[in-house]
Design a binder for this molecule. Sequence first.
Ligand SMILES: Nc1nc2c(ncn2[C@@H]2O[C@H](COP(=O)(O)OP(=O)(O)O)[C@@H](O)[C@H]2O)c(=O)[nH]1
Ligand SMILES: [Mg+2]
Length: 200
Amino acid sequence: MGCASSLPDRNSARSGGLNSEVNNVSDSKNLRVKLVLLGDSGVGKSCIVLRFVRGQFDPTSKVTVGASFLSQTIALQDSTTVKFEIWDTAGQERYAALAPLYYRGAAVAVVVYDITSPESFNKAQYWVKELQKHGSPDIVMAFVGNKADLQEKREVPAQDGMDYAEKNGMFFIETSAKTADNINELFEVIAKRLPRPPPS
Ligand SMILES: Nc1nc2c(ncn2[C@@H]2O[C@H](COP(=O)(O)OP(=O)(O)O)[C@@H](O)[C@H]2O)c(=O)[nH]1
Ligand SMILES: [Mg+2]
């Protein structure tokens, strides 16, 4: 079971595509960025996207097959807008070979683990290394411990996530797609960390 962010989305612009350029900017006030989610299967990547884009949490929806695409625009206080073109990948091993198609050229990578699963924490570190080797050199990376609502089942201390993220120059946040805790904050912090093009 999982969140299906793969439902057709009429509001999505499909112009980005797999090969869209990093920070494909319409103008200096309106950024358009390609964002990829990576992490073990079941950590909640699709639920995070669904929560962010639709404000919903659907515990009964489907597992992501391959990858799916959604977009969402946010407005920042300085009156700039950031349009995220979100590629939600499937975590299953059989799709791992496809991952470079999604993270290549991505301006932002969100690497997700589940705070109740040390295995998913290890897998997240694998993705960070993969991105360091093969991603864009100036990629903005977020390290996300999801399912923060499951405190009683926690197996990965927040400090471990924080330490790892700091060592690797990423920002760290714990989220819950279920309660919506820190989901908007995650994308706002990313938006603020994006390199800004010079005003034209
Ligand atoms: N308690 C809790 N469950 C979650 C959360 N996010 C996702 N889930 C559940 O975790 C399972 C996998 O979620 P999904 O988004 O499909 O994971 P993905 O494979 O990483 O895309 C589903 O059963 C979700 O209902 C969360 O923040 N809290
Ligand atoms: Mg999924």
